[in-house]
Design a binder for this molecule. Structure first.
Ligand code: ADP
Length: 481
């Protein structure tokens, strides 16, 4: 195997900083790639959490003035991840969420903050760190979208570039005046380059100039080439369809392992699911639900946003009640949805349980104790919670979109290797209809066990998927040799 060196560029990396699935991927992929002969190092901003957690950070480079203040590039590691950290306090030394203020508004200088990250990525691509000159620069989402653009405009020999879209809805749009401040040429403000509805888009920059574009499932790769799914970039992606592909995400099966999970009440293996009942009892307690083994317990772990379709589930609550089911929802996000679910819990004590917040530990218990996990997304690039559910014997109920379509086999598609329930169109009625079907299936113990066993037998790890990334990198290197 030819060794390959890849610089990944990501604005969040699990287990250091996480707001969503991007962090999970950025944290798991480098480790899974080792078995495929790929040496991946990840460049991320030096937020306070990063500066606290990254051990043995060695200073590689200092700048007296990096985008308006002193900056340093560090190399360090954390839990098996090799990291480059861009420590620029005036840009990143801010507590809390990496993108928004404590009031939930975007930091006004996000354009400069993430241009700075991409600029140093391009420089590492050009050899800034002589001990690690990458063959490929792999940019994740809009925060890293300028990395392929800087490499393009620098007009020097450069590594190959890959741009991965984790969610088309986040496009990194800024005013055109930013172009000068971040050192891009003014001619980049044109429709075939960075211009986007009168401003510029960092995501567009990546999509225009990366050698290859990937997204996190084959179905989402098709969906984003339509005008609706492309959210403004359908035309661009159709034009670049020859370099666009979908590679499914995996999950970290050492973190998500019901046999060793320290966060669940009772551990269990695939062969013996009896302890699930004990986890269900604890979950019911924690969500103030009636203790009942017979009531199917539906779980949700999600951001509460329009994308996730949780307004549809709210509409379907009368069906949950009428069918004698229970709901345990863990999530945070849109105020209307939070209030809607809290009101539903007040109106249906013992039947609807809601915890508003982000709680990694409780998420594990929801997976271990729920009978089924609902993901009713309007669009879903890949989705991770349904993969965890498969591994924990919670049967996924998902909408027929994106990665949900690709990772779950519907009970109606085949009698033998079905793993869950898929519904479409993505409406409250279709969801309610499916919930009735779920209830019937739940009370057929043999059929339900089969769904659980098929789920538990599904490979949701990174092993094979990392191999697809390794093949992509090697393909790019071969094309340039
Ligand atoms: P997205 O990145 O769009 O939010 P994904 O399904 O790709 O959706 O990834 C979400 C990740 O965040 C999963 O690992 C999930 O378990 C976790 N998560 C989402 N909401 C919560 C929450 N309220 N508490 C704990 N974990 C959560």
């Amino acid at each position: 195997m030819t060794p390959v060196r890849v610089l990944a560029v990501a604005s969040e990396v699990y287990p250091i900083v996480k707001t969503g699935g991007l962090a999970d991927v950025a944290g798991a992929l480098p480790i899974a790639l080792k078995a495929h002969g790929v040496e991946m190092r990840t460049l991320m901003p030096g937020y306070p959490e990063v500066m606290r957690k990254v051990a043995g950070a060695a200073e590689l480079r200092t700048w007296p003035d990096y985008f308006g203040g002193p900056g340093r590039l560090l190399a360090g590691s954390h839990e098996g991840l090799d990291l480059f950290v861009l420590d620029v306090p005036h840009l990143y030394a801010r507590p809390g969420n990496p993108y928004v203020t404590s009031e939930g508004v975007d930091w006004p200088d996000n354009g400069v903050r993430f241009a700075a990250l991409s600029r140093v990525a391009a420089d590492i691509g050009h050899g800034l760190v002589p001990t690690f000159v990458p063959d490929v620069v792999h940019a994740h989402d809009w925060q890293a979208g300028l990395a392929p653009a800087y490499l393009h405009y620098d007009n020097r020999p450069r590594p190959a570039t890959v741009m991965t879209i984790h969610n088309m809805a986040y496009q990194g749009k800024f005013a055109p005046e930013l172009i000068g401040a971040i050192g891009l040429p003014w001619h980049s403000f044109s429709v075939n380059e960075l211009e986007y509805f009168g401003g510029i888009s960092f995501l567009k920059a990546g999509l225009q100039f990366a050698d290859r574009i990937t997204t996190v499932s084959p179905t989402y790769a098709r969906e984003i080439q339509s005008d609706e799914g492309g959210m403004g970039f359908g035309g661009l992606l159709r034009a670049r369809s020859d370099v666009l592909s979908g590679i499914l995400n995996g999950i970290d099966t050492s973190v998500w392992n019901p046999q060793t999970d320290p966060h669940i009440a009772y551990r269990f293996g695939a062969e013996d699911l009896t302890f699930r009942a004990a986890n269900k009892a604890v979950l019911q307690q924690q969500f103030n639900l009636d203790s009942s083994d017979e009531a199917p317990l539906l779980g949700v772990i999600s951001r509460l946003s329009w994308q996730k379709g949780l307004d549809l589930l709210l509409e379907a609550i009368p069906t949950i009640i009428e069918q004698g089911m229970q709901l345990a929802l863990l999530g945070s996000g849109d105020r209307d949805l939070q209030e809607g679910y809290q009101a539903a819990a007040r109106a249906n004590p013992g039947r609807i349980g809601v915890v508003i917040g982000y709680d990694e530990i409780l998420a594990h218990l929801v997976q271990a104790g729920s009978d089924a996990l609902i993901v009713p997304s309007r669009f879903e690039p890949c989705g991770l919670t349904q993969l965890c559910a498969l591994r924990y014997g919670s049967v996924p109920i998902v909408s027929r979109v994106g990665g949900l379509e690709d990772t779950i086999v519907d009970i109606g598609e085949t009698g033998h290797d079905a793993t869950g329930f898929k519904f479409g169109p993505v409406t409250a009625d279709a969801l309610a209809w499916t919930l009735r079907k779920v209830n019937t299936a739940f009370h057929n113990k043999a059929a339900w066990r089969r769904l659980q066993r098929n789920g538990l037998a599904t490979d949701v790890s990174w092993r094979g998927r990392a191999g697809e990334y390794a093949a992509l990198y090697r393909g790019l290197m071969a094309a340039r040799a």
